[in-house]
Design a protein around this ligand. Sequence first.
Ligand code: SF4
Length: 913
Amino acid sequence: MLHITVDGQPRECAPGTLLEALDALGVTVPALCNDPRLAPVGACRTCIVEVEGCGRPVAACTTPLTEGMVVHTRTPLVEAQRRVLLRLLASEYPAEAMTRQPDKPFHRALREYGLEGELRGAHRPSLRDDSHPYIHVDMSQCIHCYRCVRICDEVQGQFVWRVWNRGAGTRILPDGPNLRESSCVSCGACVDTCPTGALEDRTLLDQGGPERWTRTTCPYCGVGCEMDVGTRGERIVTVRPSREGPSNQGHLCSKGRYAFGFGASPDRITVPLLRENGGWRRASWDEALGFIAQRLRNLRAVHGPDAVGMLGSARATNEDNYLAQKLARVVLGTNNVDCCARVCHAPSAAALKRMLGTGAATNSFEDIEHARTLLVAGSNTTECHPVVGARLKQAVLRGAKLIVIDSRRTELARYADVHLQPRAGTDMPLLNALAHVVVTEDLCDRAFLRERVEAVDDFRAFIAAWTPERAAELCGVDAAAIRQAARLYATHGPSMMVHGLGMTEHVQGTESVMALINLALLTGNLGGPGTGVNPMRGQNNVQGSAHMGCEPGHLTGYVPLEANRARFEAAWGAPVPVAPGLDLMGMMDAARQGRLKALWAFGYDVLLTNPEARATHEALERLELLVVQDLFLNETARAHGDVFLPACTSFEKDGTFMNGERRVQRVRRALPPAGESLPDWEILCRAARALGHSEGFAFQSPEEIWEEVRRVWPAGAGLSYARLEMRGLQWPCPDEAHPGTRLLHTHLFASGSRAALRRVDYRPSPEVRTDDHPFVLMTGRRLYQFNAGTMTLRTPHALLQPGDWLDMAPADAERLGLEDGARVRVCSRHGAVVLPMRRAEGLRPGELFTTFHTAEVFINAVIGPHRDGYTHTPDYKVTAVRVERAGKSPTASGGPTERSAPPATPGGRGTAE
Ligand code: SF4
């Protein structure tokens, strides 16, 4: 600590800049061009202070703190100079902005110095841009602090805002004809930093500033960004990034920042519904839960407990998911419990658990800043996990090396030192060839192999055959590029891997992750800062939902069921079923075969999301009871639901989420539940009681549930709400004195002192291209869309990226005579859909990409039955298809039909935001 004197008071401060010290001490001075997220520039000079011995005022933001410094922040000289600077800025600023907009730092400074009467600027229509659905631009209010330009460059790495012209003619403009048509990714960072309101959230202008702020965790992806939700009455009017958020460090992406309006959508269902005579009718909670209890009792009595299944949700809290699996096991008496991790990262968890002993990311997002080489495999991070994507870009801009493995030339691939672009479905040969180069060129970390790795000789013998030339033939990647990537990863460490669903949603998904782990083991890139194998979790609580036990073979803490049954029976005071459970895909098979009679699904649109839509439709059709617990009548409910239970959004309840780096973070209620909706945990408690199980389900709050989770999960025992209240913590965290664990496997693997290399050979996809089906289709998500469109489709994000469309390589489009926007029929061996196409750079000829966002297209009608051998995760990335120009009818041929139309928004709660 340094000792300084501020305005006559002796103070102690951590090293840093003088402005940081003043902030930490609570001494305020105006600082209009400063933002702690940005490098200080000292441009506006409103933060000037006098420092004894300096001779003239200095900008506090660019002055380093030194021992013994004597600082005066309010001398007549600095006050006079500040007033002159502010008066100059005020002379161009429109007076009405002071009253029209919520308070801004510039407004506060003007008021403090009594300059409100000197505002002589005017709003100039030519400087206004209303093109963007979320961001209002009025550069009449710009004071040229360049914070928008700098935050776009230094945090988001998008370089949208440009400075044009000089002197009085200086203008800040986007890199397109307007903001909407620029390269803006709508992260809102420029709005967040703008001190004058030149850039502003439209919701704030339309609805007024927030009356309350609530800190919570983003409801979208597994980055787990911490955010402050601003509410006015019973509406969210803005969301801002939390500066203290460990995974986002004061940043958000467009979804976290702006896609918050779905909960107020007019088609939100806020009362329980029962299917009757082909339609829906409103029911009370008691009636709906009584009906479910009666039906479940009957079905279990006739068909046994394993005729029932439960699906937890990666969009629900840990507490919700813990109760879902407990209800399945203790009340319904079945291990048929799973969650949507099955269709995304189950292979990551399985591979990491098998090889290293812990089914979770080995490192943390902050390791991106410690890595010298980053290997991004099958992850379009800048679109799917944009805040981490931005961190990756910034790391590369600072000098880190980047290797990208992706069948498409993604945005990150453009930053890469090496982009390996394998044919879809050929990751295994490529990963084995990388290992071959590491082994044969003696690039292994010998000490690490000697001390911590087993089966080395066996692996050497296996990998010898996987030459880059052999892989090159299979995956279409230049052998020299494979060698270059292997050398870079192995020799320019520490090297960190980040992987996504491009690795896992394959018939060899688990083995692909095992091959990544092989590379990390061979090169010693495990257990240290800037290393590791790190799955980018797709939804906010994918890690948590499975970890809480929504997994047929694992109990809370992702511990094997068999070995831990007795412990849980003792904790729960109830038997845990012995019969192995079915996973999500197994439940679909069993339902189709008539073995599964009832399914309870919450926070997951099974029909729209699962592959083989026709088979899913048949499975759901055969169920005798389907309970859907959600915000909306999703496609599953519309077509097949028998009971609809209205749940709360995460903005309407308390609890915790677990992000992709094992961090448990608080979810806090910012709004009251809409209508009669209830938090999932409360619905499940009431349901258990309706089924005659009061004991074990008498929870009054999520914290009480979490206390039970801590008792049954030793690695989470230290994660009390009181601690989480202050900051999210990463497990393992075995006691309340433990600081949490940023790095796994530092000295030992959770599986023991040594980890074994795995031989993983290549099994080609059964989806073979033929003359009849000459293309390969991959599916995934895009920047403004979040999986099945339950949430983002009900926000203005639907304007930014409307619907699903097919990306096709320009050469293919030309060959087929297709122009952008042409409607095409995509036919696989499993079904057909119709959607518009668009030429897209970055695809190999013969390969296609689209999303599964809308029921209008229902792309899963064409996806086939192939699954990962270990986890049954569907192969969404390789489907052989043909493409032909469609007729005028927009009807898709493969999508399921509606059993009956829902009534007009029963219980809907009004207007959209
Ligand atoms: Fe939310 Fe993920 Fe975006 Fe962060 S990166 S704001 S967690 S969607």
